[in-house]
Design a binder for this molecule. Structure first.
Ligand code: MLT
Length: 315
């Protein structure tokens, strides 16, 4: 069942009424976000850049707003900057926190990195960030690789979750073909650098609509990819290719979960999102029209609207 996401009368600044929160037919858990973007409703929030020390390593995070914490973990091979448009409009009462995964953005890789980085290492970095910020539990989520890290953290520390955001991601491990593709990309980045990775990934990261209409977004994503060090790209590829299947975890998630997917996402298609959502007890799927894999960059306001609505309605 696909329904239109109800936008009229929406405000981030007051909870929606019981009637507004109900789905039109009382049963749908699958919404297609409306394309209406009403920038006049947004109130810019200042973004702060801050650092904590995790195992002696400077870790950068961006932060905006105040109140209940929401941690947003970025995609591969980008960095926390990809959440800027959401941070700029953090809804009242919420504190958005977006860390740079180790090696990316302004978080350097450790001086003596492990032989092989694991997705659990990256999840433990998020837990350590929460410890440093004295946050016991939060709404935690991410896009694509950020979703893999979120699910790994749920497996390691379920009590830290008040809610979960899974955007353009999947719960399954890599297929054998997927692993082979990762090995080829490791060779590619080591031989030809991050720009070759950008060449290969860009056409898949953005949806057909963005590729057609948003050259400036392509340039922005390319800049982020090219800024990533070769070692960070290779390390994250190894961590992703070894990650376990998180599907069995889905049925154990007790908190509210928002699953989101760009309608034009070919890397983690809507079918993956549907299959996750169907296994999670308290979940809703929102599909973003005219967006591909990087849905929060391609449809920033619709993404934010769905996120804010989820937070206000469920937490
Ligand atoms: C991402 O956007 O994080 C990547 O596409 C994830 C992946 O390669 O599996």
């Amino acid at each position: 069942m696909i329904a239109w996401y109800p936008l009229s009368g929406f405000s981030f600044h007051k909870p929606r009424s019981q009637r507004e929160c109900q789905e039109p037919n009382g049963s749908a858990r699958f919404w297609r976000a409306a394309l209406v973007e009403r920038a006049d409703e947004y109130h810019p929030t200042m973004i702060r850049e801050a650092y904590v020390s995790i195992d002696g390593r400077r870790t950068r995070y961006l932060e905006a707003g105040a109140g209940w914490p929401v941690v947003l973990i970025h995609a591969f091979p980008l960095n926390a900057e990809m959440w800027r448009r959401q941070l700029e409009h953090a809804p009242d009462g919420w504190r958005f926190i977006a860390p740079d995964v180790r090696g990316f953005g302004k978080t350097p890789a450790p001086a003596s990195p492990p032989d092989r980085l694991t997705i659990d290492d990256l999840a433990r970095d998020v837990a350590a960030l929460l410890d440093q910020l004295e946050i016991e539990s939060a709404v935690i989520g991410g896009l694509s690789m950020g979703g893999y890290i979120t699910l790994a953290l749920f497996r390691l520390a379920p009590a830290r979750f008040q809610g979960i955001i899974l955007a353009d991601t999947r719960s399954q491990a890599d297929t054998p073909e997927g692993r082979e593709g990762r090995c080829r990309m490791i060779e590619l980045v080591r031989s030809r650098g991050a720009s070759a990775v950008a060449d290969q990934m860009l056409p898949k990261l953005l949806g057909a609509t963005s590729v057609r209409r948003r050259p400036e977004l392509q340039a922005e994503v390319r800049r982020m990819i090219e800024a990533a060090p070769v070692s960070a790209i290779a390390g994250a590829l190894e961590a992703m290719m070894d990650r376990p299947d998180s599907t069995p975890e889905l049925e154990r998630i007790p908190c509210p979960v928002l699953v989101m997917a760009g309608e034009e996402d070919t890397l983690t298609p809507v079918a993956d999102a549907e299959s996750m959502q169907q296994r999670i007890m308290r979940s809703r799927l929102v599909v973003l029209p005219e967006a591909g894999h990087l849905a929060n960059l391609e449809s920033p306001e619709v993404f934010l609207r769905a996120l804010a609505d989820f937070l206000l309605a469920n937490l």
